[in-house]
Design a protein around this ligand. Sequence first.
Ligand code: ARG
Length: 465
Amino acid sequence: MKRLWASRFQKPRRDLDAWQASYPVDRRLWREEVEATRAYARALHEAGVLSDAEFQALAEALHRLADQESPAGDFEDVHTAVEAVLAEVVGPVAAKVATGRSRNEDVVTIEKLYIRRAGGDLLGGIRSLQASLVRQAERHVETVVPGYTHLRQAQPMTWGFYLMSWFFALERDRDRFWTALRRMDACPYGSGALTGTTVPIDRAALARRLGFGGPTDNALDAVSDRDFILDFLYACLTVGIHLSRMAEDWILFSGDEFGWLVLDETLTTSSSLLPHKRNPDVLELVRGLAGRWLGALVGLSMTLKGLPWGYSKDLQWDKTYLLETSEDLRQALTVMRQVVDGTTVRADVARARLQTWTLTVELVDFLVARGVPFRTAQQAVAQFVAHAEAVGRPPESFTPAELAEWLPVVDESIRQVWDPAVAVRRRSLPGGTSPDAVRQQIEKAWRILQERDGIPDVGSRVLES
Ligand code: ARG
């Protein structure tokens, strides 16, 4: 195996040699390693460590390597691979490219570069899902469906209102990514193995060239820090938890007992035995992923807890958590966007499923509007509900005269409480489910999507090396 440290002793056992290597995992950071090494080479050139010709040769070679796939090979890790391949391309000068640089600082630098790129992709993925939600919401500001608490029918709501609730939840998720990206916005290069470097590189210039706000403040902290990965994993997890709840609702509402959502059949699978099945497998996979993402966050936290400050090889496990989580989340976001785009609402079924009991709170409002104290009104209606249930009659079948036996004030206009469209329209304060309130939310959502795009602060800086 190719490694960078064959100087002090011969080598470990052959089987251990392969086992302790990380290239099978961290080769996915090839592009970041090449990009970072190129910037580092320029810093070395400016510090007088590399001649013009040496730098030219290295920079050109690295430029070409950036577009290549990570090569197959028996390398200990991606840092080794880039240096080894560089040596094949430019010869002995490659041996100078890591002057004064430790893998301990290198690994965190490229992980941060990866998180910035992946974070940008994920922000884009969330944004597309949000846009799909808003587009669907626009079509369903008037569509009435049952709303639930305790998974029992609670009140009618509009489907547009429901969809917009996910828009705002996902907006907080975007915010969590921004926070995570901003907090990790410092470049570790120049930290050496733990105490800083003796090579007189311009750390601030190097940091800027790699798109960071500046260099890290303390070398030991820089090489020990993995909380930037915890931040990122937590941001991923929160989206994941949201997607899992969303997936669960879609599974329920499109299921036989609810039935008012219809999933595009290209997003379902069938059964190896039961010909009629149309299973929501993709949604179930998304629902299941949140558990893995929580596992990643807990797994890395456990690795870090009690770990001696400074680099230890335990930290090598961080990349599995980081890479798997961000790649799975990207897929899940695409799937959920396809689901949202490919769902049709059967308003007739939703209306038929909606129970009139969900409108008995309108009776309470009716009484309160006519001066009955709220608690008195609520108790009177509760007694009426108990009676209606006991005699087995739906509440809307009671005439105003019959209602008057239970309620302190009744007039003819009481009949309109049984219209769910009216109930929905009455929730018209900002944030409510009425068509107008939802239109306001939609307007705000488009504004947000327009104003907050990309990765503010961090993404606006241009990468050049
Ligand atoms: N492959 C290692 C990792 O992923 C790189 C850092 C190695 N540093 C060391 N001192 N062994 O963590």
